[in-house]
Write a protein that binds this ligand. Sequence first.
Ligand code: NAD
Length: 485
Amino acid sequence: MTREQAREVLPDGRLYVDGAWLDRSSGGERTHMDPTTDEIVGRHQLAGPGEVDRAIEAARVAIGDLADPARRRALLWSLADGIDAARDDLAALMSLEMGQPFRAARAGVAHAAEWFRYFAGWADKLEGTVVPAGDAVLDYVVPKPYGVVAAITPWNGPIMSMALKVAPAVAAGNTVVLKPSELAPFSTLGFAQVCQDVGVPPGVLNVVTGGAEAGQALCRNPHVGKISFTGGDVAARAVAVAAAEHHTPVVLELGGKSASIVFADADPAVAGKLAASFAVIQNSGQGCFLPTRLLVERPIHDAVVEAAVAAASAARLGDPFDPATTMGPVAGAATYDRVLSIIERARTNREGTLLTGGQRPRGASVGAFVEPTVFGAVDPASPLAQEEIFGPVLAVIPFDDVDDAIEIANATKYGLAGYVWTHDLGRAHRVADALDAGYISVNGMAALPPAAPFGGWKASGHGVEGGRWGVHEFVRLKNVHVTLR
Ligand code: NAD
């Protein structure tokens, strides 16, 4: 796949509502810049409140189309096949719009298809229950869909984020209005094309591209039964406030500052290398549950840091369409400016010691490229160790013993993920139990298997995606109490 081939599959930027492409939208248009080349990728429509209402109305009308579980199962399965068939195109659109290396984007699309297959299996397995409620009484509980689900996704993995919401929502019998980030609209419009191609009934899945205005219109509409939001803190507060107008329930999947705790019995070369590749190279450090704080027990501290710095320095930054590239740009000019200003502030205020990176790579004259950056001896209370940067910056913090590690790891407002590196089984479980976070990996990194619940604690949000818990987010319970005499 080349950039030129990718441009050939670029959607024309129209909204997808009620099974058709709208000719115009009241919210205006936006020009999207390629973060790799600084050139224009294309233009897309921004939904205004009128188009959002229209999409919600279409979704309301379509709810009856999902009444039959077997039909939902078949629909999700055909969407999985459709996503697989469009894998190269969807991956290419992500490489164009957000600079993710094509190979990684392609793997992400295949993973998204797996989420659809997993939740296809749930479509006909949501059972009710009979509960004991007294003599001569039949009391039963039935799971019911909410109706219309609003799914609001971020730019840093638009097809995976979409799958985490759309697949379980439809499995549970809900129709969806999907609003991707205005910073990565084209791959989700590519998914709308897949919906049309596989014959999803009109109104079942609608895509309204747009920004905060469209998001607010979705959240304030009384006909939206549930909101599933993934994004940052500021937008999440606005979503929660808007949802409160009609007491619409919300799932919030937010940011993190996850700790990776490396104990002295771990292999320093492996732990250091993976720390760098998970935290700063993968998706250019733009991932909510990446291990962006590296906590290392003092006896192996220097060896781990050496391996992390070597791995970071060895990253191949470049064009996402070049198979040799291991790391693309950050999301765009605004992200580039923000990340570099955080690095500059951290250096000026001595929040840690810059060990590698910290600037635009030499020779990169265009594009939002930031070198993989590692700070050592970071003050655990400093902003560098506390704030989500959402860019390729790793903060290394030494620790003395288990209790010290747990205390440092838990001392942030976030609680999304945690990572433990040790061969001591008892210690691994003890630390996993003690971390105030919803998603723990031991000696590796879980990569969102669809059967497992993924969700944050504390300021990382509430509610989960994945598994039986993820599908149950999209049903509400009805209790029926029948007096038998
Ligand atoms: P963002 O909060 O800026 O935007 C997220 C979505 O919300 C976008 O679709 C955006 O258009 C919309 N939005 C913005 N303002 C809104 C408003 N006032 N009302 C309604 N909708 C609004 O986030 P982003 O920059 O796209 O993504 C990065 C953030 O997402 C990071 O904090 C990251 O950690 C988080 N994230 C979390 C997860 C997770 O599963 N926990 C996954 C990926 C990203």
